[in-house]
Design a protein around this ligand. Structure first.
Ligand SMILES: [Zn+2]
Length: 589
């Protein structure tokens, strides 16, 4: 097998989708959950504090087992959604998972409703230490939770409600194949391949690729419009039922970041849109254009379209982690050596890239769609960062395993910074250095400014859906307005961009997730700045930050590395750093 055929060795989890082991585990889950329910349902509040704590530990052990089986099914489905056996297993696990969460739902609700005095006694138990963040985390939704039977109904109806729309969105988007002329001949493309043509040297190819991509979405506009309208309506109704005051509030509570802090982060970002516009004007100059279009935002600034083989890419990524810390390099290399990476794009395989952390006891996996660009190199560094985070956080137990959302991107973005530095150190050609600098600046623009635009769009979409059904024209208008604030008069948006909202799966999969990227990127800029200033003494704190997984709140986790996210000038620091990069770039033009 050549390394470009590198696919997952899912046998690290189970021998096969029809194996006895998987079958017996899946079959045991319902009995396990029923038994747990028998012993604790409507009894939690009457139990002794130490018995409640041991129930929490038992609950955690079930999550470890279930996560392994369900993640395995998800990996197979992501590997080939056209495989009947994988599809059936994925469907079965999704239905089983739904039944299990219905049966186990009571437990977190009962923990949430414990009398304060009992709750405090549990938290004060010597063995409770590591569960305090989890326990207080459950109670943060307390004011917004309904009665158990109502919660059960919502969970049950979700399967044919919002989750059905999510599935429809995914299946439709994955089914597309596109035709476009390239190099003089009509060719078939996947969506990923078309989007990667936004990095092509020809403005015409970039324009046609994105237009072709968006027009396919326009042709299926009835479905996308229905999915977006229903998603916003469904969310709005749930907010009303639960008594939230804004659609973003549950996300912020989940992130443990106050609404005002998020609004502040976005406002500081919007106040710095001028930096992006300044860069876009520089980009026009570098490309020899009067003004760029939004299809030129990711255009390469050097003549040659440098391609990397996967082996080159892998070596560079591993080397960049190893240069920071040899042990981190070894952890990253193990993903490739143990075949926990699926590399090449294929029909039926999930688009994009992801890292899947399963549990403290099972190895994490990465999915890539490698096409050989510099961008793909950064994606490997990014996903490897997630993978590394999942490995280091295995020090924690399951309920503390996953980093809170705003910190979930820390290791990935930091890893991209390490790669950029490694590339800049090794590259002596000034033109290529300029292109690297551009890539980093563009990346920062994409992870800060753009994510804030997406979040602002989302807020407006949800707010307007309250007043009635939104036409695709109206959604497109809001979309163009919010993007227009970022682009100003520095960038012209192509006509088909009115459909630019329709393919962004975050809007469907994880509402308001996008500002977490802004948070993470700025946090990393600050961390990286600190690393440059402090060198070796920075490393133990950063490692502790990663190892703490989800054991602490974002503010407390960042504090491990000496960062105070509540400090007034914290966010602006990140943009000052970006301003510095732009000045550095100017000097090369
Ligand atoms: Zn990521």
């Amino acid at each position: 097998m050549t390394t470009t055929d590198l696919t997952w060795n899912t046998a690290l989890l189970y021998p096969a989708p029809d194996s006895q082991l998987l079958e017996s585990e899946l079959a045991s889950f319902e009995t396990m959950a029923a038994d747990f329910r028998d012993r604790y349902f409507e009894k939690t509040a009457e139990l002794e504090p130490d018995v409640i704590l041991s129930a929490v530990q038992e609950y955690e052990a079930m999550q470890v087992k279930m996560s392994k089986a369900f993640c395995y099914a998800h990996l197979l489905f992501a590997d080939d959604s056209g495989n009947g056996m994988y599809l059936a297993l994925s469907q079965r696990c999704s239905e089983l998972g739904n039944r299990l969460s219905q049966n186990l739902l009571f437990f977190e609700l009962e923990l949430m409703n414990l009398p304060d005095s009992l709750f405090e006694t549990i938290c004060a138990l010597p063995e409770a230490g590591k569960y305090v963040h989890f326990l207080t985390g459950i109670r943060k939704y307390h004011p917004f939770t309904l009665k158990e039977n109502e919660e059960r109904l919502i969970t049950r109806k979700e399967l044919t409600g919002m989750r059905a729309f999510v599935k429809l969105f995914d299946e439709l988007s994955a089914s597309f194949s596109y035709r476009m002329e390239l190099d003089g001949e009509e060719q078939d493309f996947t969506g990923e391949e078309l989007l990667s043509l936004l990095h092509h040297t020809s403005p015409d190819v970039r324009f046609r690729a994105f237009t072709t991509f968006l027009e396919k979405h326009r042709d299926n506009g009835i479905v996308y419009n229905a999915v977006f309208n229903n998603m916003a309506l469904d969310h709005g109704q749930e907010m009303e039922l639960r008594g939230y005051t804004s659609p973003i509030q549950p996300t912020n509570i989940g992130n443990e970041i106050p609404d005002e802090a998020v609004e502040h982060l976005m406002a500081v970002t919007e106040a710095n849109f001028g930096l992006a516009q300044e860069y876009f004007r520089l980009k026009a100059k570098m490309l020899g254009m009067e003004r760029i279009r939004n299809t030129d935002v990711y255009a390469p600034v050097v003549e040659s379209e440098r391609k990397y083989t996967f082996d080159e890419a892998r070596e560079m990524v591993v080397a960049s982690y190893a240069a920071y810390d040899p042990e981190l390099g070894r952890i990253v290399a193990a993903f490739f050596d143990e075949r926990r990476v699926d590399v090449m794009p294929r029909t039926g395989k999930s688009g994009g890239a992801f890292a899947m952390g399963i549990s403290p006891e099972a190895p994490p996996f990465l999915l890539l769609n490698f096409t050989g660009t510099l961008r793909d190199l950064a994606t490997i560094a990014h996903e490897a960062g997630h993978g590394l985070h999942f490995v280091l956080a295995q020090k924690q137990s399951m309920l503390n395993y996953h980093a809170p959302l705003p910190l979930a991107e820390t290791a990935s973005v930091f890893g991209e910074m390490l790669l950029t530095r490694e590339l800049l150190d090794k590259e002596h050609d000034p033109v290529v250095r300029r292109s690297l600098l551009c890539a980093k600046i563009e990346d920062i623009i994409a992870t800060t400014f753009r994510q804030t635009v997406l979040t602002r769009f989302e807020l407006r979409l949800h707010a307007e859906r309250k007043n009635g059904l939104l036409s695709s024209d109206r959604i497109g208008e809001i979309w163009l307005e919010e993007n227009g604030r970022l682009f100003g008069d520095a960038v012209e948006m192509i006509p088909a961009y009115t459909w630019g909202w329709s393919y962004i799966s975050h809007f469907i999969h994880s509402r308001f997730y996008c500002y977490s990227y802004t948070f993470a990127e700025l946090l990393v800029l600050a961390l990286f700045q600190k690393y440059r200033e402090e060198g070796e003494s920075f490393k133990p704190g950063y490692r502790q930050l990663l190892e703490s997984g989800g054991a602490l709140s974002p503010a407390d986790t960042a504090r491990l590395a000496g960062i105070d996210i509540t400090a007034g000038d914290f966010w602006q620091k990140g943009y000052d750093f970006l301003g510095g990069l732009i000045e550095e770039l100017k000097a090369t033009i």
